[in-house]
Design a binder for this molecule. Structure first.
Ligand code: 6PG
Length: 250
């Protein structure tokens, strides 16, 4: 599948999340039709909540038992913590749909040892995607869809500018030290993000406009983390609302 990048701009935030829900369901139908299952890595942060609520409301009776949910990143906190991405997903989606508990793969970020939590999650991914440890280097899981957001500094997942995980080329999941937050984050690495069949970025609101212009039109040295998401043979889709896209050249 040749790599493509497309940018879709929707008039309002509501339109954006409707279109994103449609894209999610379409990708799910395609994957389930082709291989009987749909594997997704969900994004953290606040933007996905509206998408999750729409999926729960408009697709409550969807084939959730064929869908396997993973996390693109997690904060180094227990699942009950207000900062937990798992908690956000649980409250905005999981408690509202009929999905089997065994179809949801959360990061066990309650583990005080962030590196161990990352290693455990990598082992979980290797088991699920049947990647044997001795597999050829560069054998990475291929998610059907990875959802991502973009932070004000151009970070995505928990791949922050000037952070150690940016250069990781062999591990699937790492504990990334984020100096400005004085904490670790557990995150999928670029090789996993760039192996996906589809990556969908969601960005909404005027506060994203400056950084979006830099990421989508700027030449940055080094490239911003969100710029380094370039699926090697997959679809890259940026879904934006007008407010977020306001500073793009069109
Ligand atoms: C996280 C995310 C992070 C997020 C961006 C955007 O755990 O915080 O994975 O990469 O997507 O920071 O966050 P908002 O959606 O809250 O703007």
């Amino acid at each position: 599948m040749p790599s493509t990048r497309s940018i879709e701009v929707l008039a309002t935030a509501a339109d954006l999340f409707h279109a994103a829900a449609e894209e999610f369901v379409q990708a799910a139908r395609t994957a389930i039709g082709a291989q009987g299952r749909f594997t997704v890595a969900l994004s953290g942060g606040s933007t996905p909540k509206a998408l999750h609520s729409l999926l729960a409301t408009n697709y409550a009776d969807f084939v959730w038992n064929r869908i396997f949910l993973f996390f693109g990143d997690e904060r180094h906190v227990p699942p009950t913590d207000p900062d937990s991405n798992y908690r956000m997903v649980k409250e905005s989606l999981l408690t509202k749909i009929q999905i089997l508990a065994e179809n949801v793969f959360r990061v066990h970020a309650e583990n005080p040892d962030a590196a161990a939590a990352a290693a455990d999650y990598e082992a979980e991914l290797r088991r699920f995607f049947e990647l044997r440890p001795g597999d050829r280097p560069g054998e990475f899981p291929r998610f059907d869809l990875i959802l991502l957001g973009m932070g004000p500094d151009g970070h995505t997942a928990s791949l922050f500018p000037d952070s150690p995980a940016l250069e990781e080329q062999s591990r699937l999941v790492v504990a990334n030290w984020v100096a400005k937050f004085n904490t670790h984050r557990i995150t999928l690495t670029f090789p996993v993000l760039n192996r996906a069949a589809e990556v969908m970025f969601l960005a909404s609101g005027a506060d994203k406009a400056d950084m979006l212009r830099q990421v989508l039109e700027g030449k940055n040295t080094p490239p911003l983390p969100s710029q380094r998401v370039q699926p090697s043979d997959g679809k890259l889709l940026w879904m934006l609302d007008e407010a977020a896209a306001a500073k793009l050249t069109r």
